[in-house]
Design a protein around this ligand. Sequence first.
Ligand SMILES: [Zn+2]
Ligand SMILES: [Zn+2]
Length: 378
Amino acid sequence: MSATATRAAVFTGVGQPLEIQELVLDDPKPGEVKVKIAASGVCHSDLSIQNGTLPLAPPIVLGHEGAGVVVDVGEGVTAFKPGDHVVTTWVGQCGTCYTCTHGEPFLCEATSLVQATNALLDGTPRFSLDGKPVGQMSACGTFTEYTVVPAIACVKVPDDIPLDRAALLGCGVLTGCGAAINTGGVQPGDTVAVIGCGGVGLNVIQGARIAGAAHIIAVDMVASKLELAKTFGATHTVNAGDGDPVEAVKALTSIGPMGPRGVDIAFEVVGATALLQQALSMARRGGRVVFVGVPRMDDMMTWSPFMELFAFDKKVSGSFYGHSNIHRDINRYVDLYREGKLLLDELVSRTISLDDVNGAFDALEKGEVARSVISYDG
Ligand SMILES: [Zn+2]
Ligand SMILES: [Zn+2]
């Protein structure tokens, strides 16, 4: 193999539409694989780079939720061979660092810098334009026909799983279902609230359903999203535009000595401080609060640690990458999809071409439900 030309959607500046450019893609170096991307989901985090919420220096090939076929492997790669179907993830797992060996592979120290550098593990990207390097989002860069990624960030999936569905596993499903199953530790019979019913929120809902939650209260401002939430497993819906969502959610929970108890676990999946506060207020005494959404870097919150942590003993947690173990979880979700328990087809709002990526961003900003998926095959 030799360097490849590849069309890519490139972030060139805050607020600028992504530019479709023809880039040069270098061969994989040791420990890397070259993947012909079949499909890539368009996630809110891609938009967050384009609109400046996540401040990162251009140029960057966006896209971090992809699946495709291995076409070449670098020196020393034995886990993959050309022809393998893979999901590319944005958190590789080296398997040997401090966090990988302490049960927190989603915080792998070998790959933790890539979200800031937008390069591969040696600090350089494989894309370039006119000899100048072009970054690749979180060591992925899947808004392109071909990419090169770390082998430790890829997971092999069976050939019969459609790649335009498998792609969704790489971010939305791992982040959302993982928040419910791994971080929240939803137990059979639990009552949970999920604030925000976009692509990730729907996955929190179906993760809670799969884990056996008895009551799943979906909260959003958009009626169509609440309707879709029911498909994914919501047993109750609260339109936050109709009044105080905290009171409305609590009214759906069991009664304790001080009135409605609140939920066992509250998930915030938007990343807005007002909603993080609501999630905190919805949780019962002793309950858990899981922050899934990505706030702005300069957002701050004020709340009473005496009340929430001491008196009410709430457990507040982040949920980086749904606390996922990519090697355990991706193929678990493949099995659940095959059994009809994990919904992937229903997540896809529409299938688009690479050239339509800016339209997908517009739809996301307007609150379009679920996912646009870029397909490179049609
Ligand atoms: Zn994402
Ligand atoms: Zn590691």
